[in-house]
Ligand binder design. Structure first.
Ligand SMILES: [Cu+2]
Length: 180
C-alpha cells in the first residue's frame, strides 16, 4: 500500500520560516512531524538565475531608447507608484513611457521600496540583462535594480504594473505608449 500523504509547503517572500502541512487520502502512515523534504535545503531557482535559450535570444543591438522605472511608495502610506506617481485612471498617459515601433527599448527598474514587486509588462516579452531569461514578469527585490530589453513590435498602449494586484490597485501601474 502506498502512503497517501502529500506534503504541501509555503515559504514567505523575504522572510524566515515556513508552513508545512500534509494532505492525506486516508491511507498509509504519515511521516514524522517536522521532517522536511531534503530538496528544500537547496537554492530556490528564480528567473534571475536562468539564461534564455539561443533560439529566443534577441539579436544584439544597442538600445534605441532607455527608460528608468523607479518603484516607489511605502507600506505605511500604501501609496505604491512608479517614479513617485500613483497611476491615475482619469489621466492614464500621465508619466507614460514613450516608445516607437521597431525600437529596442531598455528598461531599468530600480526598487526604492522595502518590498518585493513582481513587475509585469503587457504585450511583449522582455529579455533580462546578460542574455537572461525571456519573460513578461520579473521579481524586483527591495533596493534591487533589474535591467531588461524588449523589441517594440506590438503597437498600442500597454500596461505595466506590479503583479501584486493590491499594489497595482494602489497605483503601481504605468503605460508603455507607442507614439505615432
Ligand atoms: Cu508590488
Amino acid at each position: 500500500v502506498r502512503d497517501g500523504y502529500t506534503p504541501v509547503l509555503a515559504l514567505p517572500e523575504g522572510k524566515e520560516g515556513n508552513a508545512y502541512g500534509l494532505i492525506s487520502t486516508g491511507i498509509g502512515t504519515p511521516p514524522p512531524a517536522g521532517r522536511m523534504p531534503k530538496t528544500l535545503d537547496g537554492t530556490v531557482t528564480d528567473g534571475s538565475r536562468l539564461k534564455a535559450d539561443e533560439s529566443v535570444l534577441f539579436a544584439p543591438k544597442p538600445p534605441d531608447r532607455v527608460h528608468e522605472m523607479r518603484l516607489t511608495g511605502s507600506m505605511e502610506k500604501y501609496d505604491w507608484g512608479i517614479n513617485g506617481r500613483r497611476f491615475d485612471m482619469a489621466k492614464p498617459l500621465d508619466g507614460a513611457f514613450d516608445l516607437r515601433l521597431n525600437e529596442r527599448v531598455q528598461v531599468k527598474i530600480v526598487n526604492d521600496t522595502d518590498m518585493w514587486h513582481p513587475m509585469h509588462l503587457h504585450g511583449h516579452t522582455f529579455q533580462l540583462a546578460d542574455n537572461g531569461a525571456r519573460k513578461d514578469t520579473v521579481i524586483v527585490k527591495p533596493k534591487q535594480t533589474v535591467v531588461f530589453e524588449f523589441d517594440a513590435d506590438n503597437p498600442g498602449q500597454w500596461l505595466t504594473h506590479c503583479h501584486n494586484a493590491y499594489h497595482a490597485e494602489r497605483g503601481m501601474m504605468g503605460v508603455f505608449s507607442y507614439l505615432k
